[in-house]
Ligand binder design. Structure first.
Ligand code: G3H
Ligand code: 13P
Ligand code: ZN
Length: 330
């Protein structure tokens, strides 16, 4: 069941973080739904209430253009039928103004992100405000971004020295002036597989300062992949070259969630799982040319990975409580 992002946030705020996972293709979609429901090969369970979690599917502009946006949307509609127990939201990740309007008008999305964080404060406010007006008129919520993360996102690359943390006072003014529903904050993370190369970590003090000034307001942490050592080692052992890759320690997710980080964005980690599984398959089965061989392994591995992430986010086991809460307000 597709729900509004607002409904997910109301249930999660201050308790746990909702995992927001990017997808691009069928195998990712299958692994994502299985993992979020606890349908795992390791346990042989059908739906496991102790594991099952609400989640957000994120679609980036890159993902929309990879094949055709209608292919991804159809995939998600089909998954909703195949997995009727799932409760999730569909979100545009790092949208331009134009992409936001396209998603708002499609009637398919639960929420959009307008990312005008590379503009001046005033321009960011103006653009975000325009998107908020259009989105709210259609009953869709808006995530905006203030501050600048390092790393690569879509076609923009920001070096760590040019990244800047979100200013807590500016955040208050920004939320007041734009009417946005959640805010992506720069708190030390960056996109991709090489985080904290300057030696710095997650700025909990900054999260706390922003959350104190915006009580009850959902904050979003981008660049949240943990870049697990295990997966990087497997990639490197199978011919990959990812020296020095590192990410956000998974133990940081829940403390951040308790402070008000309600959505945690994870894309890179899923790509690492995909890369390791496919490299190993080609290495270990050189005569096999069936795309379903690594595909099957990947779907199972991705499901396990998602279930593990949700444990760390605190969203695992929350699905039935959310379902009950939604039934009360329905
Ligand atoms: O923040 C960026 C996300 O990881 C999406 O990446 O634009 O390559 O799909 P993408
Ligand atoms: P990662 O690169 O850490 O997975 O971040 C993903 C993200 O922020 C998507 O918006
Ligand atoms: Zn992001």
């Amino acid at each position: 069941m597709i729900v509004t992002t607002r409904e997910l946030f109301e249930h999660a705020y201050g308790q746990y973080a909702v995992g927001a996972y990017n997808i691009n293709n069928l195998e990712q979609a299958m692994g994502l739904f299985r993992g979020n429901l606890g349908k795992l090969e390791s346990t042989g369970q059908d739906v496991d209430p102790a594991v099952a979690a609400p989640f957000i599917i994120q679609i980036s502009r890159g993902a929309r253009g990879y094949t055709d946006k209608r292919m991804l949307e159809a995939l998600i509609r089909a998954a909703e039928e195949v997995f009727p127990e799932a409760i999730f939201a569909v979100h545009l990740d790092h949208g331009t103004e134009e992409a936001c309007y396209d998603c708002i008008e499609s009637g398919f999305y639960s929420s959009v992100m307008i990312d005008a964080s590379h503009e001046s404060f005033e321009e960011n406010v103006a653009i975000t405000r325009r998107v908020v007006e259009r989105a709210h008129a259609a009953g869709i919520s808006v995530e905006a971004e203030l501050g600048m993360l390092g790393g690569v996102e879509e076609d923009i690359e920001v070096s760590e020295e040019h990244a800047c943390l979100t200013d807590p006072d500016e955040a208050v003014t920004f939320v007041e002036q734009t009417g946005c529903d959640s805010l992506a904050v720069a708190i030390g993370t960056s996109h991709g597989a090489y985080k904290f190369q300057g030696g710095q970590g997650l700025h909990f003090d900054r999260i706390e300062q922003i959350a104190q000034r915006l009580p009850g307001f959902p904050l979003v942490m981008h660049g949240s992949s943990s870049v697990p050592r295990e997966w990087v080692d497997r990639i490197n052992a199978a011919g990959g070259e990812m020296p020095g890759a590192s990410g956000v320690p998974e133990e940081h997710y829940l403390p951040a969630a308790k402070l008000g980080v309600t959505k945690v964005n994870i894309d890179t980690d899923g790509r690492l799982v995909w890369c390791a599984v496919h490299r190993e398959s080609f290495r270990d089965k050189p005569a096999d040319f069936d795309l379903r061989t690594p595909g099957k392994v990947f779907m199972g591995a991705y499901a396990e990975f998602i279930a593990h992430k949700n444990q760390k986010l605190g969203s695992a086991g929350q699905l039935e409580s959310l379902r009950a809460a939604l039934a009360v307000t329905a």
